[in-house]
Design a protein around this ligand. Structure first.
Ligand code: PLP
Length: 387
């Protein structure tokens, strides 16, 4: 089993921070009481969940009673969207973008089948939103706008403050899927009027299977899961105490490490990207490089397949992702790259590198050294390569 990969796939999932593991272990080994119990043994777990809720709230500069814990980013997204539709039942129009993660995309496609009128905001070749389309479609009939804060494939950051302000002016609810933005860029919600925001633990060095949803005070909320009175009746089910406490610690660390993420991680990402572009012909960067997550680089290599690149990278224990949806059983290129108008073949030859604070200079130098040979080897085998 590979234990020491060069892990450049942090938008897929992240390593659990050692401090987070230390923090959560006692809640698996020793403090296993149910936080809703009357006895002190369980009750003390409830106190630690309370601290974790405060840690999550602090990352957004909001109040802890505006945070509810869920099982993942997908659950947070579904809870937010379905709640908004119940809050404004007379409005039948909803807006999202063409580049959302399947957690939102599939849900909106399903709502369309159920009779909602759905506007999918298009993007340009750099992945930037068509703001005119957004404003022309936003109306008094719009119940909800759900737009991701940053794109998982290209790292492109959307103008969430402006989008939320315009949405609020029409009396609609604004939700953002901030799963990729949290911990990488400033997500202070004091003057960004989003009503609801989703996040996922495993994208910020907490374990898989825990997430959170911010619901702004005075935003009516209808629970997705019905049952017990956990989370003040907003999300039933016995709390995943150890993972919630882990998420609290991860948010505390994310706040401390934000500067490192924005300077050091960005420096390494830029070094990798610049070197690839300078040393390998016929490749280009996807997305809005001026408004982009500091850790993400999506690069299309012409004349070859992304999956083949990943297989050769894997021989050097370098982990990244491709730009196709092959994990879902289809070999279609990613809907994000297709929406940006990236040519079909180039979209197929796309690799997404996503770094974290755990990457080192030596690792990046190693990848820089290996990439030209990997690409050349594949091009030498390609019938399309005339180089
Ligand atoms: N939204 C975005 C933008 C994501 O990147 C992901 C995961 O890749 C999700 C939602 C889903 O999060 P989870 O895996 O916690 O359900």
């Amino acid at each position: 089993m590979i234990t020491d990969p060069i892990y450049l796939d942090n938008n897929a999932t992240t390593k659990v921070a050692p401090e987070v593991i230390q923090k959560m272990l006692p809640f698996l080994e020793t403090f296993y009481g149910n936080p809703s119990s009357m006895h002190t043994f369980g009750g003390q777990v409830g106190l630690d969940i309370k601290k974790a809720r405060q840690n999550v709230a602090d990352l957004f500069n909001v109040s802890s009673d505006e945070i509810l814990f869920t099982s993942c980013g997908t659950e947070s997204d579904s809870s937010a969207v379905l709640s908004a539709l119940k809050v404004l039942p007379d409005r039948k129009h909803i807006i999202t973008t063409v580049v959302e993660h399947p957690a939102i995309k599939s849900l909106f496609e399903n709502l369309k089948l159920k009779g909602y009128h759905v506007s999918f905001v298009p993007v340009d070749s750099k992945g930037r939103l068509d703001m005119d389309f957004f404003e022309e479609n936003l109306s008094e009939d719009t119940a909800l706008v759900s737009i991701m804060w940053a794109n998982n494939e290209t790292g492109t950051i959307f103008p969430i403050k402006e989008l939320a302000e315009k949405t609020k002016a029409k009396g609609a609810i604004f939700h953002t899927d901030a799963v990729q933005a949290v911990g990488k860029i400033d997500t202070n919600l004091q003057d960004v009027p989003v009503d609801m925001l989703s996040l996922s633990g495993h994208k910020l060095h907490a374990p898989k299977g825990v997430g959170a949803l911010f619901v702004r005070k005075n935003t009516p909320f209808h629970p997705f899961l019905l049952g017990g009175h956990q989370e003040h009746g907003r999300r039933a089910g016995t709390e995943n105490a150890a993972s919630i406490i882990a998420l609290g610690k991860a948010c505390e660390l994310a706040k401390e490490n934000m500067e490192k993420e924005q300077k050091e991680v960005k420096r390494l990402r830029d070094k990798l990207e610049k070197s690839i572009i300078a040393n390998i012909p016929h490749c280009f960067v996807n997305g809005d490089t001026e408004h982009r997550l500091p850790n993400t680089s999506s690069i299309s290599f012409e004349y070859i397949e992304g999956e083949a690149i990943l297989l050769l990278m894997d021989q050097f224990k370098i982990c990244a992702s491709s730009g196709s949806a092959c994990t879902s059983g289809s070999l279609e290129p990613s809907h994000v790259l297709m929406a940006m108008g990236i040519p079909y073949e180039a979209a197929h030859g796309t690799v997404r590198f996503s770094l974290s604070i755990y990457n080192t200079e030596e690792e990046i130098d190693f990848v820089i050294e290996k990439m030209p040979g990997i690409i050349q080897r594949l091009r030498d085998m390609s019938p399309f390569w005339k180089g």
